[in-house]
Design a protein around this ligand. Structure first.
Ligand code: ISJ
Length: 172
């Protein structure tokens, strides 16, 4: 399902936003009034493609964070992040206490953190991102794995149709 090649066909806006490097939160904030809502947080098991990306089994315990990011009141991006739930010496322990502070604050200041190249997908029926979005068909998603001290954090971002309305009014 996930492929490092951009899906085809894409609009100019989609081709611009999907591979956008750096903080997505920062790019969304440049479009207008930004709001982040926590949809769900807690312990969970990864689905098979998430487990494969994290290099763990589907029976592994993870910390899951699902958020909805809006711009000027328009739902724009859904984020679904997972990291193995290793107690004590866990590099991503601060993710549990972020609340509605965007995850990006943990990711772009520490030079030790690496990020894999993006992989892209169109989440279909039954995929957690489609279920969170409450729709299928018009969704585009990307994901990458951040690592620090060998600990992985999988971050998937699903771009909702509303993003293209808002982004069409301005450029990142
Ligand atoms: C990875 C980033 O963090 C964003 C914020 C997220 C969160 O708060 O859970 C999840 C996905 C991202 O869109 C970013 O800003 O680039």
């Amino acid at each position: 399902m996930w492929n490092t090649c951009l899906p085809f066909p894409l609009s100019d806006l989609q081709a611009q936003w999907l591979p956008l490097p750096g903080s997505l939160t920062r790019a969304l904030r440049a479009l207008g009034a930004f709001h982040l809502e926590i949809l769900h947080e807690g312990c969970a098991h990864p689905n098979p493609d998430e487990a494969q990306a994290l290099g763990i089994g589907t029976d592994s315990q993870c910390w899951l964070r699902e958020v909805l990011m809006s711009v000027d009141g328009t739902h724009a991006v859904i984020g679904r992040s997972l990291t193995p739930d290793i107690p004590d010496a866990h590099a991503w322990r601060d993710i549990r206490t972020l609340s509605d502070t965007p995850l990006g604050v943990l990711l772009y200041e520490d030079p030790r953190i690496t990020r894999t190249p993006f992989a892209y997908a169109r989440p279909g029926q039954g995929h957690p991102l489609a279920e969170l979005a409450g729709q299928v068909g018009l969704l585009l998603a990307r994901r990458s794995v951040f690592r620090v001290q060998q600990e992985p954090l999988l971050v998937a971002e699903c771009f909702l149709p509303g993003l293209w309305e808002v982004a069409g009014r301005r450029r990142p």
